[in-house]
Design a protein around this ligand. Sequence first.
Ligand code: CAA
Length: 401
Amino acid sequence: MTVPAPAPTRAEDYRGPYGLSEDQDLFRRTVHEFVAREIVPTAHEYDESETFPRENVRKMAELGLLGLVVPEEYGGAGASTLDYVLAMEEVSWGCASHAVVMSVNNSLVCEPIHRFGTDEQRREHLPRLAAGEYIGSYCLSEPTSGSDASNMATTARREGVDWVLNGTKSWISNGGEAGLYLVYAVSNTGVPKARGITAFLVHADNPGLRTGAKERKLGIRASATTQVFLEDCRVPSSAVLGRVDEGFKIAMSTLDGGRIGIASQALGIAQRALDETIRYSKERVAFGHPIAEFQGLQWRMADMATRIEAARLLIYRAARMKDAGQPYAKEASMAKLFASETANFCAHAAVQTFGGYGYVRDYPVEKLFRDAKITEIYEGTSEIQRLVISRHILREVARSK
Ligand code: CAA
């Protein structure tokens, strides 16, 4: 099988149009070069064989990508959210499967441990998660509670000084590969569910934690997604992250940050779709001309480029607001909603431009088409993003009256 050549490295300068510093643009280029060199040549094979890219994940850890958001005192890169989204876009440009490993580790596991953990929990986990000694996993969804996240059935029962967890978690990214699982469970049945959920840090080798078979997915096929079974899984009280019964707020505020990461994943997919489309349409000749000379395709590329720019600006705005310590949940949802729809629009447009070549696996756009879909589903579907955005704007209108 022909392994498709990567699109040429984008050389444009991000400093002027996006207000990035010299260091930020250099960092982005460094990650891009790493991705073009290490990830792009192997991504196709990992996807085809549905194999978790352990060797590449190790190299990503070496470059500091797994602990970007972890402060330096805990062994991380101490990067800003803006730096993180720059890196996420570039990794996703190379392969969305690799990007989800990075985003779950950074946004969904390292961040809440840093924000809500005890110093002991930070010292135990953050340096190891940042170094890739083990990776993290975030266990919220269940077979009957995806969007309605607080309606979970997994329970946490106190037994002496321990907690005993029972339940099933579904569609868990990094499942079976992770060394640490952040598990949410109902700890108090006497209150509304959102006020009676606790977060637990559970080691992969903790008796009673078991992962299921790897899901066979439409896209991001190199990433590991499994069920996680908790069967009388006994953990000490030191496994509780944050306060007992306050886990739902940890889950939700963690997802606010995670959504900026997934938005950047979508952006990377969209940008790659455009880059491949431009390259192909300049090379492909039909009716005696390179197809890039046809107005229909020019307009398609113009629409792709415009949506990509708008998505990037929404993402950078949300990231900058988070870095500035401002409320950013609405902006994160807007960025994820728009970027994920952009990724699907652009991947669809790329396949259409490639025609028959777009529909076969020898060319990269077929994978982009499949990978793009998940960005409209995980870390809150597009419907949930619209719900979050509309709740915010309705509250803002009510406040301003
Ligand atoms: N930050 C902090 N607290 C928050 C919050 C936030 N962003 N959003 C809600 N809360 C708090 C509320 O203030 C409320 O607290 P009080 O009880 O003290 O008032 C409590 O949480 C309940 O809030 P809501 O009444 O708004 O909750 P809800 O039941 O209506 O649900 C929802 C809100 C937005 C629909 C939420 O359930 C949701 O986001 N669903 C989608 C779940 C999701 O994104 N899942 C992704 C799975 S993880 C994943 O995909 C990872 C991966 O594989 C990559």
